[in-house]
Design a binder for this molecule. Structure first.
Ligand code: ADP
Ligand code: ZN
Ligand code: ZN
Length: 749
């Protein structure tokens, strides 16, 4: 024991070890300056690492001669405030993960790497010309440049490069404008002074906070808004509103009220939901700074957003999953848009669900939290049923648009033209002729999901995974979508040497080719991960769509979310069947949600929308309910099934997964865990181990994957067992090629 008047730092170091480490304060640093939440440099074994002070104590269990001094501190005030520290402690406990790694994940990459927590400078672009008709005419063929110029003109002091980038304007466009001497840029030091909800009022403004007047809410929206603003203290609200019911308008008005009260708002969005359109809608409405955190930004830009939120200079933060860890000292409202979306769950390292952490966060900040969706998760519906969340519904579309009609098209025994049934092609033709747009949804990118030998039936498989290789034509190659392995297209069958290799099935690339041939008079715009890889590809595609001319939009789920395409009146869903018989217990739920989201893209403008679902299973009860636009009944049917099987949200799950070079090693380890559960907790009927079993794709990236599922009707029991098992696993010495992970509340099996 060290003497009691010593100061000992308990430091969280980013290692998988589930423990804290004691250090003495760095030499030459006044110990009175030290506070939890500060970054410190420490020597950890042979390595120098960056840790976070978790606590300051006066005693250590470590013998005094073993205690080392930390090497130095990186700042004079904590980067992580106490409430983020507690959020991380809670997450580390709940997901049974190392606190050091959890805290490290909570930091933006730049701070994790030891960069200073200062914003530095930002690049601002300013107009140096008058935007008159002559100039507009001159730039007529350079549409993006004109758009950029118009945006820059809205801000006399200039507009930041990040904001322009988020509006879909690339650096190239800006440099081209600069070459024409129409704009110039300058660097501005960032001061991060707190946003002001009262001052800054321009004479032409609607209010000091708003640039643009709010819409007049319809009664459903008004009721929802009042439900959210009922009290400024903690209360979760499930806002179930059909697509186009005006949820976003409700968010905007709830945020306005929050800002007016001098508080900040956090808006979480799914990964592919953070479109330029969404960001623009917020920036157009509000005068206070709106910052974003998403994967399209550089580390430096993300740090600036993070600091702006932390120092309350931003009033609104719009962010994907990891944004839930951003400090916001005046947090007064959290919105989780599309709360059912799978991207809120992180699938590696700390397997957290940002939606659940957001609820915890709202509780700490004592503020309202809104979970919005047209197709809520069963978890949230359950919370609404039991009264833990209030449940507000918006059943009709705002602004007069009608709900789309949904038709199930039975394709059994029908002749298909490259995957398309004739009635769909006919309807597409008519729709296009009427001058409307058509959206074709196919959740498979590439040319064809596999390449098959016509003579012997051999399919090209990935050598590293239990999966087929996908055929791509642009550029020509074979690609495994599970491990990224790529090879040339084989010219002969490896089994029988036949040269009759044929694409099997439909991918978006192939459909693009087919549709271009069938509808030569109309452009086919493909939107998927491959076609939008280039930075400005997506904005350019969206621009073309928004021109409103008749065209065919063809895409994967990238098209399904967040976009508002008023010109689309027909949506065709080509392969809905795949998801109906998934081995994952959530498969049907996800398929239903996806279909309803896609269907929700149609008829959002003045014209009514129609949806056609091609299926071999028109009698399937789920499809029947969906075709009646009845999500509630669909959800209820899923509920009874889950209840019966004691699956979430009617039971609790955790899964241990192993990955190993040899299949038997993982199995043996999981068997040990199972034995231990039965031995130590056998008397608890409330817990059932299932497995070990091979994962759905047993071999992936050359490694064998097994899993053990633990199922319980009571959460505390499950966590007691998990604690024991994790402790047990930590005490084992495992071979290097064998890894295990724990996933609490798994989204995917
Ligand atoms: P959601 O987020 O539920 O899909 P949005 O908020 O995007 O719906 O609204 C759909 C469309 O309806 C948008 O074009 C929006 O401008 C319009 N809208 C929303 N609320 C109103 C309202 N109260 N009056 C008129 N139009 C509205
Ligand atoms: Zn063959
Ligand atoms: Zn593979």
């Amino acid at each position: 024991m060290s003497s009691s008047n010593d100061i000992i730092l308990s430091i969280a170091v980013p290692t998988p070890l589930r423990q804290l480490f004691d250090y003495l304060p760095p030499k030459g640093v006044d110990p009175a300056l030290l506070q939890p939440g500060m970054r410190v440099q420490v020597q950890f074994g042979p390595r120098r690492m960056l840790g976070i002070i978790e606590a300051i104590k006066d005693q250590s269990d470590c013998p005094p001669d073993k205690l080392r001094h930390a090497s130095g501190i990186l700042e004079n005030s904590p980067v992580l405030p106490e409430n983020i520290m507690s959020l991380c402690r809670w997450a580390a406990g709940y997901y049974h993960y190392s606190l050091g790694e959890t805290l490290s994940l909570a930091l933006p990459q730049a701070l994790r790497q030891g960069k200073p927590a200062s914003a530095g400078t930002i690049t601002l672009w300013k107009s140096t010309c008058e935007l008159n008709d002559a100039l507009r005419k001159q730039l007529k063929s350079a549409k993006r440049q004109l758009q950029a110029l118009e945006l820059i003109h809205t801000a006399p002091q200039g507009i930041s490069e990040v904001e322009l980038k988020e509006a879909g304007i690339s650096k190239t466009i800006l440099t081209n404008l600069a070459k024409k001497q129409l704009v110039s840029c300058y660097e501005l030091e960032v001061h991060n002074k707190p946003f002001d909800s009262a001052s800054d009022s321009a004479s032409d403004s609607v209010s000091p906070l708003l640039r643009q007047a709010p819409l007049t809410l319809n009664p459903e929206q008004q009721f929802a808004l009042e439900g959210i603003l009922e009290t400024p203290s903690f209360h979760p609200v499930l806002l179930e509103g059909v697509t186009g019911s005006g949820k976003t308008e409700v968010y905007l008005q709830a945020i306005a009220a929050t800002l007016k009260a001098g508080r900040q708002a956090l808006v979480l969005v799914p990964e592919i939901g953070l479109t330029p359109q969404t960001i623009e809608r917020f920036r157009k409405r509000f005068r206070v700074p709106v910052v974003c955190i998403h994967s399209g930004l550089s580390d430096g830009e993300r740090l600036q957003s993070w600091l702006a939120a932390s120092r309350t200079s931003a009033g609104i933060l719009i962010a994907t999953r990891s944004g839930v860890f951003t400090p916001m000292p005046k947090l007064g409202l959290i919105i989780i848009d599309e709360e059912h979306d799978g991207s809120y769950k992180q699938q590696d390292t700390l397997r957290y669900n940002a939606r659940d952490l957001a609820i915890y966060r709202a509780k700490m900040a004592d503020c309202p939290v809104v979970l919005g969706s047209a197709t809520p998760s069963l978890e949230s519906l359950q919370n609404a049923r039991t009264g833990r969340y209030s449940h507000l519904q918006m059943k009709s579309r705002a602004g007069g648009a009608k709900a789309p009609t949904i038709e199930l098209l039975d394709i059994r025994q029908q002749l298909l033209t490259d995957g398309f049934a004739q009635p769909i092609l006919d309807r597409m033709q008519r729709t296009l002729q009427q001058g409307h747009q058509v959206m074709v949804f196919l959740n498979r990118r590439g040319y064809a999901p596999s390449l098959i030998c016509h003579d012997c039936g051999t399919i090209s498989d990935c050598p590293h995974c239990d999966a087929h290789m996908t055929l791509h034509r642009q550029p020509p190659h074979m690609h495994c979508h599970h491990c990224d392995y790529q090879t040339a297209i084989p010219w002969a069958c490896p089994a029988c040497h036949s040269k009759k290799l044929q694409p099997a099935g439909q991918g978006t690339e192939r459909s693009e080719q087919v549709l271009s041939q069938l509808f030569p008079d109309y452009p086919v715009l493909r939107v998927d991960r491959d076609s939008t890889r280039r930075k400005d590809a997506l904005p350019a595609l969206l621009d073309q769509i928004n021109e409103g001319k008749p065209c065919i939009l063809l895409g994967t789920q990238m098209l399904a979310k967040g976009h508002h395409f008023p010109g689309v009146t027909l949506v065709a869903i080509i392969n809905a069947d795949g998801g109906l018989f998934s081995s994952d217990f959530r498969g049907l739920e996800k398929t239903g949600q996806l279909i309803m989201q896609v269907a929700g893209r149609s008829g959002r403008g003045q014209m009514p929308g129609h949806v056609i679902i091609q299926t071999h299973n028109p009698q399937h009860p789920a499809l029947q309910m969906i075709s009646m636009n009845d999500f509630t009944r669909f959800a209820n049917s899923l509920f009874s099934e889950r209840q019966h099987l004691c699956l979430p949200p009617c039971g609790y799950l955790a899964v241990f997964r192993t990955e190993s070079a040899y299949t038997q090693d993982g199995l043996a380890l999981l068997k040990q865990l199972r034995e231990r559960v039965l031995q130590h907790f056998g008397e608890m009927s409330a817990l059932t181990p299932l497995g070990p079993l091979p994962a759905i794709m047993e071999k992936r990236q050359g490694r064998f994957r097994q899993q053990l599922l633990l199922q319980s009707s009571e959460r505390p029991i499950l966590h007691r067992v998990l604690n024991d098992l994790v402790g047990y696993l930590d005490g084992l010495k495992l071979p290097r090629h064998l890894r295990w992970t724990l996933d609490v509340d798994p989204q995917e099996m």
